[in-house]
Design a protein around this ligand. Structure first.
Ligand SMILES: [Zn+2]
Length: 342
């Protein structure tokens, strides 16, 4: 066994040996755009709990990828246990279940007490029925206004917007959200070559693309969505092979994006802290989040080790680091330099 002695020295402490970190070893720390240093993000959401979604869930299980399914709670309960809108919940264990309200009404047409039923009661029934936390609401027909959004915020940390050029789903849509950073694209459009290229090009710019599907693999004429399971399979294979794309649920990507945008790095003598906006922290506490993950990128080729609330450090091929922290356990992480003496 090589009798190496490892000396751990806090690199930013007072009295550090100057020769440990050379000038050219300047360490730059930044919050990574996406988790684990991935360069873009891709989520999949499937609206309306038609049982055809069971095959979609099976496909994602086969690929060990996680998707988000928006269920219409009252419709699902009315059809239980084996009706057309009653999915086999055992297939959805790894996936996010979001609310698509209780009855899929256009929310713009409802009074406040009806709105609260569609938002809150839907969430509560889904949590009871699926035994999962429900974090995201998807507005039926993509119709909402400021009042609906602020009411929804009392019950859901995240909402999925959709912009439709017309109310007809058949026309599809392809419009950037949040200044072009997050895109929402209809799945049935993706499967012609042009749109595959469009999504690839958008991901290559570091964006988050959310792909929206309805009744994938359903019968012709049922909402007009004809995308087959085998086409979706090809689509997943295509994007999964690119390890720079972070594929995850809508709420996980929303959470990361919010923490990233609401956090800053503070460097003191021997500690590096990632400080999150107080309002965000209060929001996640209210919604009972047990983990608040954020990845920091440390640009240096010096050997480092991380302690404190660092979950894991991944050394990238170029010698730099991506370190995922759990902010729910506190803000600080100590970065230490390992000296190897032979
Ligand atoms: Zn819908």
């Amino acid at each position: 066994m090589n009798k190496c002695v490892f000396l751990v020295i806090a690199i930013l402490c007072f009295g550090c040996k100057k020769d440990v970190i050379q000038n050219e070893d300047t360490i730059r720390v930044s919050v990574a755009k996406w988790k684990d240093g991935k360069t873009s993000a891709l989520s999949f959401t499937f609206d309306d709990n038609n049982v055809t979604n069971d095959n979609v869930a099976k496909l994602f299980n086969k690929h060990t990828l996680n998707a988000t399914f928006f269920f219409i709670s009252d419709l699902m309960i009315q059809h239980a246990p084996k009706g057309r809108y009653s999915p086999n919940l055992s297939l959805y264990e790894k996936h996010e279940i979001g609310s698509h309200t209780a009855n899929h009404y256009s929310l713009l047409d409802l009074k406040e007490n009806q709105l609260i039923y569609e938002l809150k009661d839907s969430r509560d029934s889904l949590m009871k029925y699926t035994k999962k936390r429900v974090y995201t609401i998807a507005y039926p027909y993509g119709r909402y206004n400021d009042k609906i959004v602020s009411l929804a915020a009392a019950y859901y940390p995240f909402d999925r917007y959709a912009f439709f050029p017309t109310l007809s789903l058949y026309n599809g849509y392809k419009k950037p959200l949040f200044g072009g950073e997050r895109l929402l694209v209809a799945l049935d459009q993706l499967l012609d070559g042009k749109n595959m290229e469009f999504v690839s090009a958008t991901l290559s710019k570091g964006a988050w693309v959310n792909v929206l599907g309805h009744n994938v693999g359903g019968k012709s004429g049922d909402y007009g969505y004809l995308t087959s399971i085998s086409q979706l399979d090809e689509f997943l294979i295509h994007f999964k092979q690119d390890s720079s794309i972070w594929i995850d649920t809508f709420s996980n990507i929303s959470l990361y994006k919010e923490i990233r945008d609401g956090s800053k790095i503070v460097l003191t003598d021997s500690l590096m802290s990632v400080v999150m906006d107080d309002k965000l922290r209060a929001k996640y506490s209210k919604f009972g989040f047990s983990h608040l993950p954020i990845t920091i990128h440390v640009a240096t080729k010096v050997n480092l080790t991380f302690s404190g609330n660092a979950l894991e450090a991944v050394i990238r091929r170029n010698g730099e680091y991506d370190v995922t922290l759990d902010l729910s356990k506190g803000d600080s992480v100590k970065i230490s330099h390992i000296l190897q003496q032979v």
